[in-house]
Ligand binder design. Structure first.
Ligand SMILES: Nc1ncnc2c1ncn2[C@@H]1O[C@H](COP(=O)(O)OP(=O)(O)OP(=O)(O)O)[C@@H](O)[C@H]1O
Length: 761
């Protein structure tokens, strides 16, 4: 009877669990095992604890490890991890992505897991999303690692090579995902094994896992070498400013493509001195420049896609609402936006190598992670990373009240209603956080508030330096904070001010009230924003406002019907339309998944080729393989000859790979034309990419032999640069912002949206 009952209970539990996640029950059962060790560890002195951790290295169970790290956390950090944090740590040690709500203490749970892996003898990279968090979390958790005898370090964008090497030597290294990628890319071109920095990847513990593994997975990290920048043509930039929508150009529904009309082409041809844009001479140069300039002018919006600060164009990361440091568009587009804004062209350069975030993280044999929102992307995590999600319940029950969203006919009516709502709630003294979709909207709403005599604080990509102090006060009495998605993640808003001094009064008022000024393109972003209220069992509330003119509708559900039940203030009550938003969000998510899938299909082959080439390169780097291939050189010692042969070979391998990447990228750009010719574009891509790759190594030997014979090499030295074996004088790194223009994939966006819309119906 009892077993039947237990089985029933377990089934009920599973039934109640979120779909797409793994069963929590076995982990809950492990809690009792963790408890068994508790008393013994409590009795240890600090020295005994450290010693025990060292002994555990060989043989240990996860429960014992977690019990030990819990004891160490209490002593070193002054916080005894809650059971939910213990569950989180156990989940990560089992290679899962754990979903833990906002403010549940993921930083500590992550550190317990990282320490556990380290004690088991694995090197861990705690992958953060930015410099600030990498440093903050590493320093915050350092005493915990110290007590467990585990070494820990961190890296940020300003770390010097030596500091990086030292940090990577630690058992646990906190680093932003982009910095790890850049280090790997730089390691790709070293000519002496002593210059290598990043050790073999073992465990990646990924913070904000959905954001890194899904939203940013396609972002290419780039290593570029010096060549001169190609400036955009100011005449063309000026010319497109004078073109008019509908008459000279048209924009497609999804606002991803812009096309010249007949009249537009004629106007451009006239302005450029009666040229023929479609002639052989102009079609690839002038016409494509005009298209890129038009794209920069019409589709990329200042204060939405980028801001201009200190005479520079700074891109905005659209899921985080903050400046995307180090990020740029592909070269032509970057220069065109700079020309549009009349700022100096930034240096571009030849792309020596690049890899996506997904490829980077796929290198780790063990991966795990944590985030507030994982279940919604469980399918994607499984498909691309073979990762499963474990949902951890909150420490204290969530009592936040989430209202149903309010829909308005026009943007104007929506914003007026938001201002009204703020006014009413503000009178009670309750703190309000308004989350906006972009910088421009945060500025519009704040100026409307000020015009109504209401003070508010704005947080967006333009004043990100003040972030910490703004967030520290966002939960205080009467405070109104208007923020882009910056406040959506990783920010801990305490009720009643920084130290929670006024907590009880604010709690009585109902806690933090979150107002979303629009639904995001992904429900996860909505959830992240809502999650700022009601942390750790606090009271709180949330509501979202939307309008039929929001991008989500115009882009992903353009055929939505006009509302029929509308109040005087524009509030819409049509039931069907309320569902349209959920539908549009699912379409947007579906389109992103499809793009991700498609990009990965191509990238998989490139990654496979990179892997093969790198293995070969490593042999050349570490052995005398090159010398054995090209033979002795008369009058030169074997040591010098081997060194020269190695350097020449590495040069050609790298150079040929760079060219191969350009070839692949051009191939991909053009591949959609094959689709028109009814060939499968991916098959076509493989058909050309594989033989091209297979030529690289033989060609590198051939070129090496020629150069080696011709080069003047003596025991006193040699100058390979003199012989044309010349590496870029400087290199730098950046991230490429999604190219919304020109690739075959985007050309077929329209079809993709239609297809996904059809599937989701
Ligand atoms: N076991 C604990 N006991 C007491 N306080 C804790 C404990 N664990 C974490 N905290 C506190 O809870 C707060 C939130 O922790 P943390 O920032 O790690 O949360 P989070 O889960 O990362 O939230 P977010 O989703 O906002 O990133 C911190 O102030 C931390 O000091």
């Amino acid at each position: 009877m009892t077993t039947l009952m237990a089985r029933f209970k377990q089934r009920m539990r599973r039934f109640a669990q979120k779909p797409g996640s793994v069963d929590l029950a076995p982990f809950q059962a492990m809690l009792a095992d963790v408890e068994k060790h508790a008393d013994a560890f409590k009795a240890f002195s600090d020295e005994e604890l450290t010693e025990h951790a060292t002994k555990l290295r060989e043989k240990s169970t996860d429960t014992e490890l977690v019990a030990l790290t819990r004891e160490a956390a209490e002593r070193a950090i002054g916080q005894r991890p809650f059971d939910v944090q213990v569950l989180g740590a156990l989940g990560m040690l089992s290679g899962l992505v754990v979903e833990m709500a906002t403010g549940e203490g993921k930083t500590l749970a992550g550190a317990m897991a990282a320490a556990g892996f380290a004690i088991k003898g694995k090197r861990v990279h705690v992958v953060s999303v930015n410099d600030y968090l990498a440093q903050r979390d590493a320093e915050w958790m350092r005493p915990l690692y110290g007590l467990l005898g585990v070494t820990a370090g961190w890296i940020n964008g300003s770390s010097k090579a030596e500091e990086r090497r030292e940090a990577y030597q630690c058992e646990v290294t906190y680093a932003p995902v982009s910095e790890i990628g850049f280090d790997i890319l730089r390691d790709r071109i070293v000519t002496s094994p002593d210059d290598l920095i990043v050790p073999e990847p073992e465990v990646a513990l990924i913070d904000e896992a959905d954001s890194v593994l899904v939203d940013e997975a396609r972002v290419p990290l780039v290593l570029a070498g010096s060549t001169s920048a190609e400036a955009a043509d100011p005449v063309i930039a000026d010319l497109v400013k004078r073109l008019r929508q509908e008459l000279h150009y048209e924009i497609d529904d999804e606002e991803r493509n812009v096309f010249l009309t007949g009249a537009g082409s004629e106007a451009v041809e006239r302005a450029l001195g009666e040229i023929d844009l479609y002639s052989q001479e102009h079609v690839t140069s002038t016409l494509s420049k005009v298209n890129v300039a038009l794209h920069a002018q019409v589709l990329l919006h200042r204060d939405v896609d980028y801001i201009v600060r200190d005479g520079k164009v700074h891109l905005i990361n659209d899921t985080r609402g903050r400046v995307a440091k180090l990020q740029r568009w592909p070269d032509g587009l970057q220069a065109a936006v700079e020309a549009k804004e009349n700022v100096q062209t930034t240096e571009s350069g030849e792309i020596l190598d690049s890899m996506t975030v997904q490829a980077l993280l796929s290198r780790y044999p063990t991966r795990c992670g944590m985030t507030g929102t994982a279940v919604a992307v469980a399918e994607t995590l499984r498909e691309f990373y073979e990762l499963e999600v474990l949902v951890i319940p909150p420490n204290k029950e969530n009592i936040r009240e989430d209202e149903h969203f309010r829909l308005y006919a026009t943007l104007e009516q929506k914003e007026d209603a938001i201002v009204e709502e703020i006014k009413t709630v503000h009178e009670t003294g309750r703190p309000i956080l308004v989350g906006t979709l972009d910088v421009a909207e945060s500025e519009r709403i704040s100026s409307k508030l000020r015009a109504a005599g209401i003070e508010c604080v704005v947080l967006n990509a333009k004043n990100d330096a003040e972030e910490a102090s703004i967030i520290a006060d966002a939960g205080s009495h009467q405070r109104i904070t208007v923020s882009t998605q910056m406040a959506g993640r990783g920010t801990d808003i305490r009720l009643g001010g920084h130290e929670g001094e006024d907590h009880d009064r604010i709690a009585e008022l109902g806690g933090l009230y979150v107002i979303g000024s629009g639904r995001h393109s992904s429900s996860r972003l909505d959830d992240q924003l809502r999650g700022r209220a009601g942390r750790q069992g606090d009271p709180g509330g949330s509501v979202f406002f939307s309008s039929m003119q929001d991008d989500l509708i115009t882009q992903y559900a353009p055929d939505a019907e006009d509302p029929s039940e509308v109040d005087n203030d524009g509030r819409v009550h049509d039931k069907g339309l309320l569902h349209t938003f959920e539908h549009a969000q699912r379409v947007a998510e579906g389109v992103n998944l499809e793009i991700h899938r498609n990009t990965w299909r191509y990238n998989k082959l490139i990654e496979h080729q990179r892997d093969i080439l790198l293995k070969h390169r490593d042999v050349v780097l570490r052995t005398d393989a090159a010398f054995e291939k090209v033979g002795e050189k008369e009058g030169v010692s074997d040591e010098v000859a081997s060194d020269a042969a190695r350097k020449i070979t590495l040069f050609f391998l790298d150079d040929l790979w760079t060219h191969h990447l350009t070839f692949l990228s051009d191939l991909r750009e053009g591949i959609h034309l094959r689709a028109l010719a009814r060939q499968n574009p991916l098959d076509e891509f493989h058909r050309e990419a594989i033989p091209a790759f297979n030529k690289i190594v033989p060609e590198s030997w051939e070129l090496t032999r020629e150069k080696y014979e011709a080069a003047k090499i003596t025991d006193d030295g040699y100058d390979l640069a003199d012989a044309g074996v010349k590496r870029p004088s400087s290199t730098w790194t950046y991230l490429v912002h999604d190219n919304p223009f020109g690739s075959g994939l985007e050309e077929s966006m329209k079809g993709l949206v239609k297809m996904v819309r059809g599937q989701r119906r």
